[in-house]
Design a protein around this ligand. Structure first.
Ligand code: ADP
Ligand code: F6P
Length: 331
C-alpha cells in the first residue's frame, strides 16, 4: 500500500451528468468519516490549473443529492492534455497538501487521472457520463436520468407526430456511442433506430419502411437517430422529398444532460462515490470504480482504458424485430 492519505480532492470533468452531485456528496462524507480532509476543485482540470480549490465539509454537500449538474462546475481543459499541464496540476496538488484526487468524468478525464497518478498524486476515477461509453463498466452516472428524460420527450413528440401524420426524426446525445439511442428507440417503440455502431447509411431502406408503414395505415413514423450519425435536419428534408410525407427533425440536445437524477443514479453514484473515497483513503492509486456483472469493482486505469465494449448484437436484433413493419417487410 502507498503513502498515508491525509487530504483528498474531488473534481468533475468533461460533460456534466445528473448524479455527479450525489457522487461528490458521497466522496466528501465517506472520506470525512474515514478521518480524511476533503477539498473540492472547481471546473475540472482547468480549475486545478487555476488553483480554484475550496474546503468541503459534511455541510457543504447538504441539499445537493437531488440536484442535476455539478456544484463544483466542470470544464474541458486542453492544457491538461500536455505534459507541462499535468506536471503543473500535480505541483498545485502538492502545494495544497492534496495527496489524492477523485476524478468524476469519462474516458478523457480518466486519462487526466492516469497522468496525475504518474506525477505522484493518487487518483481514483468515477464513471460520470450520460453516454454509457466507458468500456470497463455496465453503468455510468447520469445515463439512467438521461434516457428517462429523453424517453419522456420522445413520447411527447410522438403524440404530435401522430396527430399530424408526420414522420419524426429525433436526435439523441451519446457522442460516438449509440446506447441512449438504442434504449430510447426500444422504450419509445421507434420504427427505426439509427446507431453509429450499426447504421449502414442506406436511407432508401428507411424510406421504403416509411412508405410501407403509411400504406398499412400507420399515422406516425418515429426514427430515433444518434448524435454520432447526426444530420437529422437534412435527413428529414430528403425523407420528405422522397416519401411526400411531412417530416420533422427534433434535436433534443442539452435537456438530456440536466434535471434531477433518478433514484438509480443517486443510489449508484452514492455507492460508487463512497467506494472511491474508501480505496483512495487506503492509499490506492490509478484505479477506476466500475459496476460489472452486478457488482461494484475497481480496475487499474490502464487496464480499464484498454477494455472494449460494444452494443450487443442480440439487443440490436431485438430492437429490429420489435418494429412490426420491419418484421413484415424484412430488414
Ligand atoms: P470525458 O471525460 O467525458 O471523456 P473529455 O474527453 O472532454 O470528456 O475529457 C475531459 C477532460 O479530460 C479534457 O478536457 C482534458 O482536460 C482531460 N483529458 C482528456 N484527454 C486527456 C489526456 N489524454 N491526457 C490528460 N488529460 C486528458
Ligand atoms: O459526453 C456527454 C455529451 O453530452 C455527449 O453526449 C455530447 O456529444 C457532448 O457531451 C457534448 O459536449 P459539449 O457540452 O462540449 O457540447
Amino acid at each position: 500500500m502507498g503513502k498515508e492519505i491525509k487530504k483528498i480532492g474531488v473534481l468533475t470533468s468533461g460533460g456534466d451528468a445528473p448524479g455527479m452531485n450525489a457522487a461528490i456528496r458521497a466522496v466528501v462524507r465517506k472520506a470525512i468519516s474515514n478521518g480524511v480532509e476533503v477539498v473540492g476543485v472547481k471546473k475540472g482540470y482547468m480549475g486545478l490549473l487555476n488553483n480554484e480549490i475550496v474546503p468541503m465539509d459534511a455541510h457543504s454537500v447538504s441539499d445537493i443529492i437531488q440536484r442535476g449538474g455539478t456544484i463544483l462546475g466542470t470544464a474541458r481543459c486542453k492544457e491538461f492534455t500536455t505534459e507541462e499541464g499535468q506536471a503543473q496540476g500535480a505541483e498545485i496538488c502538492r502545494q495544497n497538501g492534496i495527496d489524492g484526487m477523485v476524478v468524476i468524468g469519462g474516458d478523457g478525464s480518466y486519462r487526466g487521472a492516469q497522468a496525475l497518478s504518474k506525477h505522484g498524486i493518487n487518483t481514483i476515477g468515477l464513471p460520470g457520463t450520460i453516454d454509457l461509453d466507458i468500456s470497463c463498466t455496465d453503468y455510468t452516472i447520469g445515463f439512467d436520468t438521461a434516457i428517462n428524460t429523453a424517453m419522456e420527450a420522445i413520447d411527447k413528440v410522438r403524440d404530435t407526430s401522430s396527430s399530424h401524420e408526420r414522420c419524426s426524426i429525433i436526435e439523441v446525445m451519446g457522442r460516438n456511442a449509440g446506447y441512449i439511442a438504442l434504449w430510447c428507440g426500444v422504450a419509445n417503440g421507434a420504427e427505426d433506430i439509427l446507431l453509429p455502431e450499426k447504421y449502414d447509411f442506406n436511407e432508401q431502406k428507411i424510406i421504403n419502411n416509411i412508405i410501407a408503414n403509411r400504406k398499412r395505415g400507420k399515422t406516425h413514423h418515429l426514427i430515433v437517430n444518434a448524435e454520432g450519425i447526426g444530420h437529422s435536419t437534412s435527413m428529414a428534408r430528403r425523407i420528405e422529398a422522397a416519401t411526400g410525407i411531412e417530416t420533422r427533425a427534433t434535436i433534443l440536445g442539452y435537456m438530456q444532460r440536466g434535471g434531477n437524477p433518478t433514484c438509480r443514479d443517486r443510489y449508484f453514484a452514492s455507492i460508487m462515490g463512497a467506494l472511491a473515497a474508501d480505496i483512495l483513503c487506503e492509499g490506492k492509486t490509478n484505479r477506476v470504480i466500475a459496476y460489472k456483472n452486478g457488482e461494484f469493482v475497481d480496475y487499474d486505469i490502464d487496464e480499464a482504458l484498454a477494455m472494449q465494449k460494444s452494443i450487443s448484437d442480440y439487443e440490436y436484433d431485438v430492437s429490429l424485430a420489435l418494429s412490426r413493419s420491419r418484421m413484415e417487410i424484412g430488414k
